[in-house]
Design a protein around this ligand. Structure first.
Ligand SMILES: C[S@@+](CC[C@H](N)C(=O)[O-])C[C@H]1O[C@@H](n2cnc3c(N)ncnc32)[C@H](O)[C@@H]1O
Length: 344
């Protein structure tokens, strides 16, 4: 991105720089480098602080007579700005000359949370598709780490159950809508086997890039990824046996229309399974508002109160299963597409 970091990030970078200066004064040069490395990780998405951190590193290299750092930091100063503007930077890289300038590294969980929290979001508005795309493109490198806390409260367990509720057989075609970084793809791929096919659909190229890297690394030959808005995506012809969406369908204001259309496209007897966040009826109001604010960086809005995809499943499908986790803040809803003429 061009320009300055949001206040939250700018303040943290300033704190880290002050800490680095203190450590340098005390003769702890390695400690100072470590603080500037942390500042670098936080600065990378924004050109101005990114360039500034490399200038600080150049200064430290100069004062400590490190030829390697001086040469390395001059080179990094030249590429830092363009890297931030184009979004092509190695996420998690410390920015020092003792690591390759192109190698990403894991981001500390608290930094990932900070980077995501820094995104300004409206409390009530449901995001447009273009806003979802750019939000998740920016979040893609941090998504798996930043969404971990939901797992501690049972969100991932419910997603695993959602996959079981697809009741897939070897040879099936299964489509995952809003596949994100592809966390469900390995299990889906194993469930349909080499004779089956998994199609992961998402509108964020950034999320799909992370998913594709996992698919390649795991050698999942039966998985294809498609960049498309699920609001208009049409299922593959030839008998899709299951459709899954975890933590994505409720983002769509037109979910009712989309689910109804899926019912017409999945083969009779196939399963549609949704799992996602919902307005928790049993939580005190202030806790709900706090939870909604914490989830806002993921595009969650208070408008979720009126988003009830499970009611569409209950209305249109047979053999319906419903469950909840996170004290009612996450739902699982699954059903079978009726045979022609069969009443749900
Ligand atoms: C919270 S993430 C969930 C990702 C994944 N299913 C998981 O469980 O980790 C939501 C994902 O849905 C995608 N998404 C949201 N709206 C979409 C739409 N209309 N069409 C396709 N993908 C969409 C986002 O890009 C993002 O990758």
């Amino acid at each position: 991105m061009i320009g300055r970091a949001p206040t939250l990030i700018a303040e943290k970078i300033a704190d880290l720089r002050a800490e680095a200066q203190g450590l340098e004064r005390d003769g702890n040069v390695e400690g100072a480098w470590s603080c500037l490395g942390d500042a670098h990780v936080l600065s990378q998405p924004w050109a101005e602080p990114h360039v500034r951190v490399h200038a600080w590193m150049l200064g430290l290299g100069w004062r400590t007579r490190s030829v390697r750092e001086v040469v390395g930091q001059v080179a990094r100063l030249l590429v830092a700005g363009p890297g931030s503007v184009t979004g092509r930077f190695p996420v998690g890289n410390s920015g020092r000359s003792n690591v390759s300038a192109f190698t990403p590294a894991p981001v500390r969980a608290d930094f990932a949370a900070l980077l995501i929290e820094a995104e300004p979001q409206d409390a009530v508005a449901v995001l447009e598709a273009t806003e979802v795309r750019s939000l998740y493109d920016r979040m893609a490198p941090f998504y798996d780490v930043a969404s971990k806390p939901y797992g501690w409260f049972g969100a991932r367990r419910l997603a695993k159950r959602a996959i079981e509720e697809l009741r897939l057989e070897p040879g099936d075609i299964v489509v995952e809508l809003g596949t994100g970084t592809g966390r469900n793809l390995e299990t889906l791929s194993a469930a349909v086997g080499s004779g089956g096919r998994v199609v992961g659909v998402d509108l964020s190229p950034g999320m799909l890039k992370v998913a594709q890297a996992k698919v390649d690394e795991m050698g999942l030959g039966n998985v294809v990824l498609v960049e498309e808005d699920m609001a208009v995506y049409e299922l593959p012809k030839g008998g899709t046996g299951g459709v899954l969406s975890t933590y994505a369908m409720e983002m769509l204001p037109t979910y009712e229309k989309v689910i109804s259309s899926l019912v017409g496209q999945v083969r009779p007897g196939g399963r549609i399974v949704l799992n996602g966040l919902r307005h928790p009826d049993r939580w005190p109001d202030w806790v709900t508002r706090a939870g909604s604010a914490l989830s806002r960086p993921f595009g969650v809005s208070e408008a979720y109160e009126s988003h009830r995809p499970w009611e569409v499943i209950e209305r249109l499908l047979t053999d319906v299963v419903y469950d909840e986790a996170m004290s009612g803040a996450a739902y699982l809803s699954a059903g079978t597409v009726p045979e022609t003429g069969e009443k749900p």
